[in-house]
Design a protein around this ligand. Structure first.
Ligand code: PHE
Length: 369
């Protein structure tokens, strides 16, 4: 309730002994009410309005009740009539003003809510750019599609490896150049010589250790090498490994699988060529070439006039590897391959340099929606 000391006293205590003084006293109260009413607006919160209304009309502690109790009931008989009239006028004024004010506030609130809700259908919407799969990812999906269709399964492995899985068990002995510090990132402070895998081949070993033959897997993943960055080299690139081991896999199955892959990936006209190569974990080893997809084999700038493009390394699993995973080299045979996914994508889509694949320039990325 608004603290108004005068209404706590009787009119006699206030010294209001004539009708004029009574009228002036009521005017004082009314003025106070009008001032407070003017402060009420739609901008105020609901609680403020409630306190104001209760303060004036509340049955127990409202001003009107106090005036009725202290002034009207205790009025001397000669002033009772004028006090009664003034009280009724004050009461009517307060109630009418409150009602009018309430309507005003409600209307204003409604109006601002309506303005707030108004939707301009002609405004352009907020466009959310939807990303696309990165070219490397798209290439992975294409490679997986091809190998899944002939019975391979996808497995993944750790990027931080031990020398055993990255080298030893793959028949890469201590002195092999691939173990040179120049090529491999070693993890500082690792007592067991942990390193960033230089190829996805360690997953050949991890898979054969865990699973009985037959095994047919592909392994997509990132690999790391200490190359000096240039147009075709970075510190990281993407590979996809393949391994098939069973009791009846010959070089024919190897060649047939490779040729199927090349035709699926580059088109039905693509021819395949195997060139002798060397990897410690395959024997014999081969580089797989495909007829140039640009000139079809007649020779052009892309294939450096040779008609052939080098695709990836592969070969028959070296029996020495089976010794590391407790596979019976007498009864089992298989083939493996390791493809550079970035290389394959660059070749297939005619991309001249590797860095654009990781620079996230949307002008490049948008070309491969
Ligand atoms: N791991 C080899 C590399 O990264 C590729 C490869 C894999 C070759 C499997 C033969 C068999 O160069």
């Amino acid at each position: 309730m608004p603290a108004i000391p005068i209404i706590e006293k009787t009119l006699t205590e206030l010294g209001d002994s004539t009708p004029e003084k009574v009228v002036a006293r009521f005017a004082e109260v009314r003025e106070r009410f009008d001032r407070q009413a003017r402060e009420q607006s739609s901008g105020n919160d609901a609680e403020q309005w409630r306190v104001f209304v209760l303060g004036w009309t509340g049955r127990k502690s409202g001003v009107l009740t106090a005036v009725s109790e202290n002034w009207l009931k205790n009025a001397p008989s000669d002033l009772r009539r004028v006090v009664g009239q003034e009280f009724q006028k004050l009461k009517a004024h307060v109630e009418a003003t409150l009602e009018a004010k309430r309507k005003e506030i409600e209307a204003a609130a409604e109006q601002s809510a309506a303005a707030h809700d108004q939707i301009d259908l002609s405004l352009p919407g907020v466009e959310r750019a939807i990303g696309t799969r990165h070219l490397i990812w798209q290439t992975y999906q294409e490679l997986e599609r091809i190998f899944l269709s002939i019975g391979f399964r996808v497995v993944e492995g750790p990027e931080i490896e031990t020398p055993y899985y990255n080298f030893e068990a793959l028949n890469i002995p201590e002195h092999h150049p691939a173990r040179d510090n120049m090529d491999t990132f070693y993890i500082e402070g690792s007592k067991s010589g942990h390193l960033l895998r230089t190829h996805t081949s360690p997953m050949q070993i991890r898979t054969m250790e865990k699973e009985k033959p037959p095994v047919r897997i592909i392994v997509p993943g990132k690999v790391y090498r200490r190359d000096n960055p240039d147009a075709t080299h970075g510190y990281m690139f993407h590979q996809i490994e393949g391994l098939a081991v069973d009791s009846d896999i010959t070089f024919c199955e190897f060649k047939g699988t490779v040729e199927y892959f090349v035709r699926e990936f580059l088109g039905p006209k693509a021819k395949t060529r195997l060139r002798p190569s060397y990897f410690p974990f395959t024997e014999p080893s081969a580089e797989v070439d495909a007829s140039c997809h640009v000139c079809g084999g007649s020779g052009c700038r892309v294939c450096k006039m040779s008609g052939w493009i080098e695709l990836f390394g592969a070969g028959m699993v070296n029996p020495a590897v089976y010794g590391f995973v407790n596979y019976d080299a007498e009864k089992l045979s298989g083939f493996a391959f390791g493809m550079g996914v970035d290389r394959l994508a660059m070749m297939k889509y005619g991309i001249g340099e590797l860095p654009v694949l990781t620079q996230n320039d949307v002008r490049f990325l948008r070309q491969f929606p």
